[in-house]
Design a protein around this ligand. Structure first.
Ligand SMILES: Nc1ncnc2c1ncn2[C@@H]1O[C@H](COP(=O)(O)OP(=O)(O)OP(=O)(O)O)[C@@H](O)[C@H]1O
Ligand SMILES: [Mg+2]
Length: 275
């Protein structure tokens, strides 16, 4: 597997072509940005912390029946992925009111959303990612009604799995953003799921465990990211949530060892990480 030319460079990741058909390398850089790029910095190890969290979560989701772009890690910050034609939607699932929900709507921070609220934005920085609705998504030909229904269903499934994974480590999943893309006719989960894209609160202390620490200068950002990665990836089997139908869930436990043992694709050992 050889890395070829740069295909795309975003605010936090760079995407490279490879000599393998349909495979790309996503490199998680140490760049961190907030407020539409208005605040930016480089924080040592940030890329590897986000890559590690993403890789663990993608594998956990795959084991539970979610199709993701993840193939394997090629080092602490380089992820081999399936090449997707990205759908320019930011699919946000919210369990608790925070951030823009509180700024833009009359919700009190901390209000629980039951069922969770899905918000879909148009991924376009030049337009400041305006919020869409189903009719606009179809009118813009971003997805068919059938695809949109499937995307929403998958987003809720991912939410339920992540809530369980994180709750086992005393972390509340407030909200998160995901992106999807197509390979042929199949829709896969792409991009990343990390401390940059999830809003996480410690269940006991309510302290922020995500990019809000950077956005609002709440403390040592990298110490927080490092602690969260350790908590997520050393997670023990989450307690089974009683399923709505009362049937026993078929979900695979999220134990780190269980994941490593059960992942079909070989995950190469990462070189020693400098932390
Ligand atoms: N499997 C994939 N195939 C092709 N492109 C992908 C895949 N996964 C993610 N991408 C794209 O790679 C890019 C990653 O870059 P990055 O997240 O840094 O920038 P961005 O999304 O443009 O900006 P920001 O995240 O700051 O809004 C994104 O455009 C994302 O949609
Ligand atoms: Mg991005």
């Amino acid at each position: 597997m050889k890395q070829k030319g740069l295909l795309y460079t975003g605010k936090a990741k760079s995407v490279y072509r490879t000599d393998a058909k349909g495979q790309l390398i996503v490199e998680f850089r140490d760049d961190i940005t907030a407020f539409d790029g208005g605040k930016k910095d480089q924080l040592k190890n940030k890329g590897s912390y986000n890559a590690e969290a993403s890789a663990f979560i993608f594998q956990y989701l795959e084991k539970n029946g979610v199709k993701t772009h993840f193939l394997e890690m090629l080092g602490p910050r380089r992820m081999l992925v399936r090449e997707l034609s990205m759908i320019p939607l930011e699919v946000i699932v919210r369990n608790i009111a925070a951030g823009s929900m509180v700024r833009n709507y009359p919700f009190k921070e901390g209000t629980k959303f039951k069922p969770p609220v899905i918000v879909i934005d148009y991924k376009d920085d030049s337009r400041h990612d305006p919020m869409l609705n189903d009719d606009l998504i179809v009118a813009l030909k971003l997805a068919t009604p059938k695809e949109l229904a499937a995307i929403k269903k998958t987003a809720l499934k991912i939410n339920a799995l992540l809530v369980k994974l994180l709750a086992a480590q005393g972390i509340t999943l407030v909200d998160f953003k995901i992106e999807f893309g197509r390979a042929g006719k199949t829709i896969y989960l792409g991009d990343e799921i990390s401390m940059d894209s999830m809003r996480l609160w410690d269940m006991k202390t309510k302290e922020s465990l995500d990019k809000d620490v950077y956005r609002f200068d709440k403390g040592d950002v990298m110490a927080t990211y490092n602690r969260v990665v350790k908590r997520i990836t050393k997670t023990e089997s989450p307690k089974r949530a009683p399923s709505e139908t009362g049937r026993k869930s078929k979900e695979v436990p999220a134990t780190a060892t269980a994941l490593k043992a059960s992942v079909k694709r070989p995950v190469k050992k990462s070189p020693v990480r400098k932390r």
